[in-house]
Design a protein around this ligand. Structure first.
Ligand code: F6P
Length: 547
């Protein structure tokens, strides 16, 4: 099917011409039921999408597009374990990691629920031992610090969850995350630690990732400076991976390895043993609650008609702006300091999944795919980039997330936070027109000339779309649900764009070239194999370092 020439697509192109003449202010004024019409309540989550550039007809047409693209069929195929990641011939079954025990599902000869349950059991036993102090370091002291060494999906998920759920930590273990190959990351982390009470979790799906293995080697050296005896490594290094041979090759006892499977994509892996550092930090029960929240969202996604399906609506609104308004940027603004890594996590989830330029048939797409995802917590972001959101030349749709309950009740901080969150979505929607600005300036007693000069600068066009996601509390269940909601949003968009959201070949070229350049930086031969810019950069690096 040629997406951009399909009937559903064409209907949306014509419809957009009508909608772009409307202002949300007028749409709200004309329809007192607009908020009820365009919002969903689900298990303590209120999803209000009424402040979008949509009419009931828009939603109808967007759902036609979703149906035409086969969203429901492909969703069912994913949950059934079909190899929808066809470029790697893999199933996509991160949802099976959070499914309660039930019917068996065989994938590549593996009983998936049985295998998942076995690893969960291993995590449960291990975390209980470490947290209780039964698992001891080489001098007999308990473990007080866990360092997760991983990158991409083997870092961002666990790190974001640990940061988000800090108030739920049991408190006897601190967790640290080392990802960057920049030695500063591990050096600054190790400065805070003692080898005898530190446990390293080396997390890598492939166990071949240069950054992770280099950081793990440096951690090993640091540890051996202190512990001296290599046999002590077994009590201080565990691995999370799908690659048993490489774990063994690295020198980690496979008895201390937590496995997962190639049908768990890196950016979808926090639900697997990659979540080990989460379980160590929060306790196993909180980790299970996270899984339960995600599973509840999976059920909503699979059971709810697409018209009232939160991830589907989020996805189709994103497509509305990306493909019909040519807006290729999407902001995520959590009004919760604990969610400060959430936008970074979503960047990998969304941009690594849907940053694709060919469709499933390998044909270059004739429409935009994944947008740029970015954001920072409110209210800091208000004092940084909101100027552009309000008065920049284009609009950027944004998701606003807010918990109703704060983990830190302190005076009226939370009311002020919430007031700002709601006020920003109202301001972005309403704007301030010329007449309102004029009246305000006149009331301030300004002269006609000053008013004429200031007026255009003070007008806010408004009509800028936002989604509000307001939830009771940022607890493990709700966080699990929110993450799964975004996973499914990304999935639906990938289906509509007819791309494979589950591979990431685009990250390979740079990795390969870095392997070529590394020996050149360290050697003394003349550099002429690259373009003149790259040659000059390598030469300059060597000259400045006195090589
Ligand atoms: O380079 C991208 C990537 O492959 C991500 O998809 C992945 O999450 C990350 O690297 C880390 O990979 P691994 O877990 O195999 O070390």
């Amino acid at each position: 099917m040629d997406l951009s020439r399909s009937a559903a697509w064409s209907a949306l192109v014509s419809h957009k011409h009508k909608v772009e003449t409307l202002h949300m202010r007028e749409m709200f004024a004309a329809d007192p039921e607009r908020c009820n019409r365009f919002s969903i309540q689900w298990k303590g989550l209120l999803f209000d999408y009424s402040k979008n550039l949509v009419t009931p007809k828009t939603l109808e047409l967007l759902m036609d597009l979703a149906r035409q693209a086969g969203v429901e069929e492909r969703r069912n195929a994913m949950f059934r374990g079909e190899a929808i990641n066809f470029t790697e011939n893999r199933s996509v079954l991160h949802t099976a990691l959070r499914r309660p025990q039930g019917e068996s599902m065989i994938v590549d000869g593996l009983d998936v629920p049985e295998a998942v349950a076995a690893v969960l059991h291993q995590i449960k036993e291990f975390t209980a031992k470490v947290i209780s102090g039964e698992w001891k370091g080489y001098t007999g002291k308990r473990i007080t610090d866990v360092v997760n060494i991983g990158i991409g999906g083997s870092d961002l998920g666990p790190c974001m969850v640990a940061e988000s759920l800090k108030p739920f930590a049991h408190g006897s273990i601190k967790v640290h995350f080392v990802s960057n190959i920049d030695g500063t990351n591990i050096a600054e982390t190790l400065k805070q630690l003692h080898a005898e009470s530190t446990l390293f979790v080396v997390a890598s799906k492939t166990f071949t990732t240069q950054e992770t293995l280099t950081n793990a080697m440096s951690a090993r050296e640091w540890f051996l400076n202190d512990a001296v005896q290599p046999e002590h490594i077994a009590r201080h290094f565990v691995a999370v991976s799908t690659n048993r041979d490489k774990v063994q090759e690295f020198g980690i006892d496979v008895a201390n390895m937590f496995g997962f499977w190639d049908w768990v994509g890196g950016r979808y892996s926090l639900w697997s043993a990659i979540g080990l550092s989460i379980a160590l930090y929060l306790g196993f029960d909180a980790f299970m609650e996270l899984l339960r929240g995600a599973n509840a969202m999976d059920r909503h996604f699979t059971e709810e008609p697409i018209e009232s399906n939160i991830p589907v609506i989020l996805a189709m609104l994103g497509i509305w702006y990306n493909n019909f308004f040519d807006v290729h940027s999407h902001a995520v603004i959590p009004y919760d300091q604990y969610l400060h890594r959430f936008p970074a996590y979503l960047q990998q989830l969304d941009m690594e999944s849907n940053g694709k330029r060919v469709d499933r048939l390998g044909k270059t797409v004739e429409y935009a795919t994944g947008p740029v995802i970015w954001g920072e917590p409110g209210t800091n972001s208000q004092h940084a980039f909101f100027q552009l959101l309000h008065q920049g030349t284009g609009f950027i749709p944004a998701d606003f997330l807010l918990p109703l309950k704060t983990q830190n009740p302190l005076g009226d901080h939370h009311d002020i936070l919430a007031a700002n969150c709601f006020a920003q979505t109202e301001a972005l929607m309403k704007g301030k027109n010329e007449q309102e600005v004029r009246e305000e300036l006149m009331a301030a007693g300004l002269s006609d000339d000053t008013i004429a000069m200031l007026l255009p600068h003070k007008v806010f066009p408004g009509n800028r779309p936002t989604n509000s996601l307001v939830f009771n509390e940022l607890d493990p269940f709700m966080l699990g649900a929110l993450i799964a909601m975004y996973e499914h949003k990304v999935f639906v968009q990938g289906v509509v764009w007819q791309i494979n959201s589950f591979d990431q070949w685009g990250v390979e070229l740079g990795k390969q070239l870095a392997k070529v350049i590394l020996p050149e930086l360290q050697g003394g031969e003349e550099i002429d194999a690259h373009d003149c810019s790259t040659n000059a950069l390598i030469e300059a690096y060597r000259a400045m370092r006195g090589q």
